[in-house]
Write a protein that binds this ligand. Structure first.
Ligand code: AMP
Length: 145
């Protein structure tokens, strides 16, 4: 059986997401796997932007809300020692973009919170549930109380 080679952290920047991030780093270290991070932009308006659009992190805009989200991703990635080329900011529906990126980047383990911003009242939030259902990668759902 092969070890995991590419771990994908799904980050929604919620407070509890720290635990999910910590687990992802820990597991990537354990397997000496590459760690990537994805944040899907679904909470700020992005006029004229098609779903699935990759937002470059190295170009600044005058859109404050977008710059704030970029900064959160960059800070988290730096804290976890994730290479600039492995940081993904994508406009769209979280479940769809996570599954698509995992497929394209040959991710073999997706690390996700059991719930986040969308699923506070549920055992397994909608994003976690959808990803688990749709991806071919393994999924580690970090239980958040
Ligand atoms: P939810 O199912 O939306 O309650 O969220 C469960 C988990 O899905 C969160 O803990 C994150 O790991 C992931 N997630 C939710 N929304 C996003 C997002 N916009 N971008 C990346 N990951 C997300």
């Amino acid at each position: 059986m092969k070890n995991y080679q590419h771990v994908l952290l799904t980050a929604d920047f919620s407070e509890e997401g720290d635990l999910v991030a910590h687990r992802a780093r820990q597991i990537a270290n354990l397997y000496r796997a590459k760690l990537s991070i994805i944040h899907v932009l679904d909470n700020i308006p992005m006029p004229d932007t098609g779903y699935g659009t990759l937002i470059p992190l190295d170009q600044t805009t005058d859109y404050e809300l977008l710059e704030a989200e970029k900064l959160k991703l960059i800070r988290l990635a730096e804290r976890l020692h994730v290479e600039p080329g492995d940081r993904w900011l994508i406009w769209g529906v979280p479940r769809e973009e996570i599954v698509r990126l995992a497929e394209r980047q040959a991710v073999d383990l997706i690390v996700i919170g059991s719930h986040g911003r969308h699923g506070l009242a549920m055992l397994l939030g909608s994003t976690a549930n959808g990803v688990l259902h749709d991806t071919r990668a393994d999924v580690l759902a970090v239980r958040l109380s």
